[in-house]
Ligand binder design. Structure first.
Ligand code: NDP
Ligand code: MG
Length: 385
């Protein structure tokens, strides 16, 4: 790269945010970190501000402004809440959205509306707001996917863009299968929070780790892939691949399949998104083929992991159904993380919540925010019964 690229990281204190900083540290001449934002972990955020000498930073709650100002000193401009995220996301050429959940929506929309590049980890915003994202994407911003599966597909589709993907027959999203991949169905009711937090191949934040255990993460990723690449969910399949070496595949109409391989390490897709169209010379995730690679594939257990069918169903229904799916899932996962419900209840709450959904076409952000709030209310009511 010739001139340094200006970057903002939203959700910098989380798993993806911290790994993005690791990538930046390897290429200090190529990137300038303009700003960061976090939620409520003020001490960790203040460390980042100090290390990178930042003068603009976002925090979730205006109430924390005074406490945070004491940590970072008087020369840092502090913005707060959704408006703060929008401000920061509008101001940098490349914005990494590593916020978790629907709270990442302002980042996704503001980045694209400003014509900036969005390195998207926050799948929930795209799943919930797909029709709105398509509109705002047309204003010049582009999305590069941090999510490893979509990043793999992005790499496999290079050169296949000229004809609206007519040569593509299917996207094959790989899934590790999570910690309960081989657990007999009758034991799934007794799994604990600690069991669910033991992901076999990836170390991630708590919400996505639980989502991986239910396969809701893969369901959200089917919706994410459909929105990112403009391909119907009927042409997206999920393949269980426990080693997490192949990060996803594209099958073409002549039967050829392209795949992207590396060790499971999120710093690779993050570096790909930061560097695009160039590749950064990094050392992570190398495979040792001489040591022997064992790659297995199988179909998901759809009858035991109902989240997948719920996601396909929400995709086919369209409108605000994916937003309801994701909102109900956030409520249920939060309750599970607080040990208020069991593991099986997570997907049951989502299914019951979706039963109350009445079809609505999403035409505005205000409408989406209303639908999200309604879905959360219904999910909370479901939890209470
Ligand atoms: P974490 O829980 O580790 O981090 C979440 C980040 O979001 C934290 O920095 C948190 O701040 C911040 N945050 C939460 N609420 C707000 C808010 N209202 N305003 C500003 N910041 C907020 O999550 P992950 O890094 O694991 O995941 C982030 C996103 O990336 C998710 O959407 C996930 O699905 C996706 N993803 C993650 C992968 C991974 O390997 N971790 C892989 C692929 C996708 P604080 O801590 O200060 O509260
Ligand atoms: Mg993923």
């Amino acid at each position: 790269m010739t001139t340094p690229r200006h970057v903002a990281i939203m959700g910098v204190t989380g798993s993806i945010g911290r790994q993005t900083l690791e990538v930046l540290r390897t290429a200090p001449e190529e990137f300038v970190l303009d700003s960061v934002a976090g939620g409520t972990n003020l001490e960790a955020l203040a460390e980042v501000v100090k290390e990178f000498n930042l003068t603009r930073v976002g925090i979730a709650r205006d109430d924390d402004r005074g406490a945070f100002a004491r940590l970072v000193g008087p020369n840092v401009d502090i913005v707060t809440g959704a408006e703060g995220l929008r401000e920061l996301a509008s101001a940098s050429a490349l914005v990494v959205n590593a916020v978790v959940g629907f709270a990442g929506l302002p980042v996704t929309l503001a980045t694209l509306a400003a014509g900036n590049r969005l390195a998207l980890a926050n799948k929930e915003s795209l799943v919930a707001a797909a029709p709105l994202v398509q509109q705002v994407r047309a204003s010049g911003g582009d999305i590069v996917p941090v999510d490893s599966e979509h990043c793999a597909i992005h790499q496999c589709l290079v050169g296949a863009t000229g004809n609206g993907y007519r040569d593509v027959s299917r996207l094959l999203l790989t899934a590790s299968g999570g910690p309960f991949r081989t657990l007999p169905a009758d034991q799934l009711s007794s799994v604990t929070l600690d069991d669910a937090l033991q992901h076999p191949t990836w170390s991630m934040g708590p919400k996505i780790t639980v989502d991986s255990s239910t396969l809701m993460n893969k369901g959200l990723e089917v919706l994410e892939a459909s929105a990112l690449f403009g391909i119907s969910v009927d042409r997206i399949d999920v393949v269980i691949h426990p080693q997490s070496i192949i990060h996803s595949m594209v099958e073409f109409i002549d039967g050829s399949v392209l795949a992207q391989l590396s060790a499971p390490d999120m710093r690779l897709p993050i570096a790909y998104c930061l560097g695009l169209p160039d590749r950064l010379a990094t050392e992570w995730g190398r495979l040792d083929f001489a040591a022997g690679l064992h790659l297995e594939f199988s179909a998901p257990r759809r009858d035991d992991f109902l989240a997948l069918d719920l996601a396909y169903g929400a995709a086919r229904r369209g409108g605000a159904a994916p937003a309801w799916l994701s909102a109900a899932n956030e409520v249920a996962v939060a309750a599970f993380l607080e040990r208020r419900i069991g593991w099986r209840d997570i997907v049951a709450v989502v299914a019951t919540t979706l039963d109350s959904y009445v079809d609505v076409a999403l035409t505005s952000v205000e409408e989406l925010v209303r639908e999200d709030a309604t879905a959360r209310r219904v999910a909370h009511d479901t939890l209470a019964h």
